[in-house]
Design a binder for this molecule. Structure first.
Ligand code: SAM
Length: 322
């Protein structure tokens, strides 16, 4: 097992199935152009082989499928088939929900029981302005279908000053009523926001401001979360829970156990580092050559982690999947 001086190791792997997305969210894509799949994306089989090697070399226990938008990818079905054979504690998926209703049977058939659905507003005009793609009613129908199918759902919201702060309470009401756990994600200095401090500062909403807003309607208490959890978790007694991923306000680098694999075969040990390590060429090599080479790259990827706090990164979220 590869462990660093702070005792950190990779346990959680996020695989970006494709960089393509049917949205172009303002905080993710500055020019509003939806990203298409890159020519050199790996096949579903190669990506799954990468996952198998990473389970063996790094001790990965939990896998999250992300993107881009994973549900737009034709690789989804073969990828799910391949990874269904692996010994993992948990497989989950992050989606914008646009194709959720249509792809639900496939996800259920593959044994997926947990979903994160990104939804920044319940207001259809604001939805169009922020997501710049898709349709709010379709996402809401997907969420209802997932709930009816018994899936455990978390809803991800990025609070943005001037764009959707009026939606914090309506979204929390909506989630509490349906048994979804709302996760607020503090805006991260990623991609263009890493270079444009003004744009970041104007939109950023920190943990304290967010909690003050929630306190206007709800009483909450902080609850325990697993040691390497990135979210702080709160209970609203009798009604449910919500979480905050407070990358800026309460950095979690000291306990971060995440590793990311891009759809083109690059490993990222840290969102805050522009370093990345190519494993695409290892996947066709025999096991006795691939594994030691992969272990060397994993040592470097682990060393990319920040000691204390997220400092921003020029990598675009939709390439490596948040
Ligand atoms: N398309 C899928 C989705 O919408 O959930 C998966 C990929 S998306 C990049 C994953 C998550 O990252 C979404 O919840 C999105 O809101 C979040 N995200 C993207 N850019 C971000 C940023 N700069 N700061 C915080 N969250 C961000």
């Amino acid at each position: 097992m590869i462990v660093d001086r702070q005792g950190r190791r990779f346990r959680n792997l996020r695989v970006s199935l494709t960089a393509a997305c049917n949205y172009a969210c303002t905080y993710c894509v500055p020019n509003g152009k939806r990203l298409v799949a890159s020519q050199d994306e790996l096949s579903a089989e190669a990506l799954a082989r990468g996952v198998a090697y990473l389970i063996e070399a790094a001790g990965i226990e939990r896998l999250r499928i992300t993107g881009g938008e994973p549900l737009v990818s034709p690789r989804l079905e073969p990828f799910l088939r391949e990874i269904g054979r692996f010994d993992l504690d948990d497989i989950s998926l992050t989606t914008n929900g646009q194709l959720l209703e249509r792809r639900l049977a496939l996800l259920l058939g593959a044994g997926i029981r947990r979903l994160n659905v990104s939804l920044d507003t319940l207001d259809s005009d604001a939805f169009r302005r922020i997501a710049r793609g898709g349709d709010l009613a379709t996402v809401l129908a997907g969420l209802e279908a997932a709930r009816d199918a018994g899936l455990k759902v978390k809803v991800n919201m990025v609070p943005l000053r001037g764009q959707n702060l009026d939606q914090v309470l309506p979204l929390l009401d909506y989630c509490l009523e349906r048994g979804f756990e709302l996760r607020f994600i503090e805006l991260m200095r990623m991609g263009h926001l890493a270079r444009d401090a003004n744009a970041f500062n104007q939109q950023f909403v920190g943990l304290n401001d967010l909690l003050a807003l929630i306190a206007e309607r709800y009483q909450y208490v902080q609850t325990d979360a697993p040691v390497d959890a990135t979210a702080m978790r709160y209970s609203i007694p009798g009604l449910g829970h919500f979480g905050v991923i407070a990358n800026e306000s309460v950095p979690f680098c000291r306990t971060c156990s995440r590793l990311r694999l891009s759809s083109t075969g690059w490993l990222h040990g840290c969102l805050s580092s522009s370093n990345r390590h190519f494993i695409g060429d290892l996947l066709d090599k025999p096991h006795h050559q691939a594994l030691p080479a992969l272990q060397r790259l994993l040592v470097r990827a682990l060393a990319d982690k920040q000691d204390l706090a997220f400092a921003g990164g020029v990598t675009v979220m939709k390439i490596i999947g948040g």
